[in-house]
Design a protein around this ligand. Structure first.
Ligand code: ZN
Length: 456
C-alpha cells in the first residue's frame, strides 16, 4: 500500500495468515483488518505497535467453555470468564448450555443466559442444549440465535442425557434447521456399570476414575453417533475426543462422506494418567486423562490434520468441589480450568513434535469459526475480517502461578506447569483488551454473534 491511513498498524511481527507465516504486519481500521503485508508498510496510522520478536496469530475461537452462569456464577461467570479468555488470547468463546442453572434448554433459559453474558469483554456465541425432554424447544433455541446444539450420551449434572432413539429424532430436527449436534460421547451403559462395580469394590483411588471410563466407552458412543449421523444426514461434532482411536473412527466416517468433525482439548495433549495420580482431583475430567502412549498417539492425529478443533473445555468450580475428592476421586467435580492454557500448551508441546503455527491457528481459530458459521468475520488474519488478534512471545518461559489466573476460582491442574510461549497482547476488533498481564477493556464491550436462526 502507499501512504494509506489506518487506525492501527502492527508491524515487525511474524504473521500467521492462513497457511502462510511471514515477517510483516497488519493494518486495522474501524475494527477490521484492512491490509495484511509482508515486510514493511508505508501506511500512516494513528497508533503503531512494534511487534518485533512476537508472533501474530488470529484470536482464538474457543468452541467449548462453561461459564456456569446464570445460577452458578460463583463458579465462574461471564465477567471473570471473558477476562480470562482475553488473557488466554481468546477473542470469541462459545459458551456451553450446561453447568449453569437453569441449563440453556428453552427460550426462557436462553434469555437468562443472554442477560448474564452481556457483561462479556470479548465477543461470544451461545450453544443450545438438547436434553431428554426439550424436543419442542429446539426450534425456539435455533430461532433465538444459538450456533449449535449440545447433548450428552452419558449422565451429566442437571443435564439429562439422550439415548440413541432420541438422538436420532433430534438429529433429524437439527439437520432440518441446517444446524449441527455436538456430543459428549461416552457410553452410558458401560460407564455406569463400571462405576458401580468399582464403587462396590470400595475403590476410591484416582486410577479408578480412568478405569470407570475406558476408551472403549468413548468408541462405543462415537460409533453410535456416527451411524445415526450417517443415517439422518445430520452434521455431527464430537467434543473432547480423548483417544487416537476415537479420532480414527471420525476420520473413517469423514472418508465415506459422513458430516462429522473432531475436537480435542489441550489437557489430553499435555497431561496423562500419571498426572491425575500426582495432581489429584484438579486433573479429573471426563473423558479421563489417558496414558502417555495414548497421549502421543493423539498428538500424531493432531499432526496429521485429523483433529478439526482444539478447545479448552474450561470447566471451573469452587475449590471445595475439587478437594471433596481428595479421598474419593468419584466425589470431585469433573472438569479442568484451562481457558488461559490452550496457547501455552500448544506453543510449548507443539514445536517439540513439529506442529506448525499455521496448524495451531487452523485448529484454534479458523476451523471453529467455520464450524459455527462465524467465518469470514472471525477466525483468520485476512482483509475484511474483524481485527481479533493475539500477539505471543514464543520464547517467553514461565511457570504458571495461581496469581496469573483471571478465573473466579484461581485453581487449575496447569498451575506449576512450565510453559514456553506467553500471550503478550490481545486485541478484539482492533481494541487492546489485554496487555502486559492486565485487562484493558470495560465489561459489556463484547458482542453476541448469532447463528442463522430459523429460515422464514
Ligand atoms: Zn464441556
Amino acid at each position: 500500500m502507499t501512504g494509506a491511513t489506518a487506525d492501527l498498524l502492527i508491524r515487525n511481527a511474524r504473521v500467521v495468515a492462513g497457511e502462510r507465516v511471514f515477517a510483516g504486519g497488519v493494518a486495522v481500521s474501524g475494527g477490521r483488518i484492512t491490509a495484511v503485508f509482508e515486510g514493511e508498510s508505508d501506511a500512516v496510522a494513528t497508533e503503531t505497535i512494534d511487534a518485533r520478536g512476537l508472533t501474530l496469530l488470529p484470536g482464538l475461537v474457543d468452541a467449548h467453555v462453561h461459564f456456569s452462569e446464570p445460577g452458578r456464577g460463583h463458579w465462574e461467570g461471564f465477567a471473570t470468564g471473558s477476562r480470562a479468555a482475553a488473557a488466554g488470547g481468546i477473542t470469541t468463546f462459545v459458551e456451553m448450555p450446561l453447568n449453569a442453572h437453569p441449563p440453556t434448554v428453552d427460550a426462557a433459559a436462553l434469555a437468562l443466559k443472554q442477560a448474564a453474558a452481556s457483561v462479556s469483554i470479548t465477543d461470544y456465541a451461545l450453544w443450545g442444549g438438547f436434553v431428554d425432554d426439550n424436543r419442542a424447544d429446539l426450534a425456539s433455541l435455533q430461532k433465538g440465535g444459538v450456533v449449535g446444539f449440545k447433548a450428552f450420551m452419558c449422565t451429566a449434572t442437571d443435564f439429562p442425557r439422550i439415548d440413541a432413539a432420541l438422538m436420532r429424532e433430534g438429529m433429524r430436527a437439527i439437520a432440518g434447521f441446517g444446524a449441527f449436534l455436538a456430543l459428549h460421547a461416552e457410553d452410558e451403559a458401560m460407564t455406569a456399570a463400571l462405576t458401580a462395580t468399582l464403587r462396590a469394590a470400595g475403590r476410591t483411588d484416582r486410577a479408578a476414575w480412568g478405569e470407570a471410563r475406558p476408551i472403549a466407552a468413548e468408541l462405543a458412543a462415537i460409533d453410535t453417533a456416527i451411524d445415526l449421523a450417517d443415517e439422518t444426514g445430520a452434521r455431527l461434532h464430537v467434543v473432547h475426543v480423548s483417544s487416537a482411536a476415537g479420532i480414527d473412527r471420525i476420520s473413517a466416517a469423514k472418508a465415506r462422506g459422513v458430516r462429522v468433525t473432531a475436537e480435542t482439548c489441550p489437557h489430553y495433549l499435555f497431561f496423562d494418567d500419571s498426572d491425575l495420580e500426582r495432581i489429584g482431583p484438579l486433573a479429573k475430567c471426563a473423558p479421563p486423562l489417558r496414558n502417555a502412549r495414548e497421549r502421543e498417539a493423539l498428538w500424531e492425529r493432531v499432526l496429521d490434520g485429523a483433529v478439526d478443533v482444539i478447545a479448552s473445555d474450561h470447566s471451573p468450580c469452587l475449590i471445595e468441589e475439587k478437594t471433596a475428592g481428595e479421598d474419593d476421586i468419584f466425589k470431585a467435580w469433573g472438569g479442568i480450568s484451562g481457558l488461559q492454557s490452550t496457547l501455552p500448551v500448544l506453543l510449548t508441546e507443539g514445536p517439540k513434535r513439529g506442529l506448525s503455527l499455521a496448524a495451531i491457528a487452523r485448529m484454534t481459530a479458523a476451523n471453529p469459526a467455520r464450524l459455527f458459521g462465524l467465518d469470514p468475520q472471525k477466525g483468520a488474519i485476512a482483509v475484511g475480517a474483524d481485527a481479533d488478534l493475539v500477539l505471543v512471545d514464543p520464547d517467553a518461559s514461565n511457570a504458571l502461578a495461581e496469581s496469573d489466573l483471571f478465573y473466579k476460582n484461581p485453581h487449575s491442574a496447569y498451575v506449576g506447569g512450565a510453559f514456553r510461549g506467553a500471550v503478550i497482547r490481545t486485541l478484539s476488533r482492533g481494541e487492546t483488551i489485554f496487555l502486559g498481564g492486565a485487562i484493558t477493556a470495560e465489561p459489556g464491550r463484547g458482542c453476541r454473534l448469532d447463528g442463522p436462526g430459523l429460515a422464514a
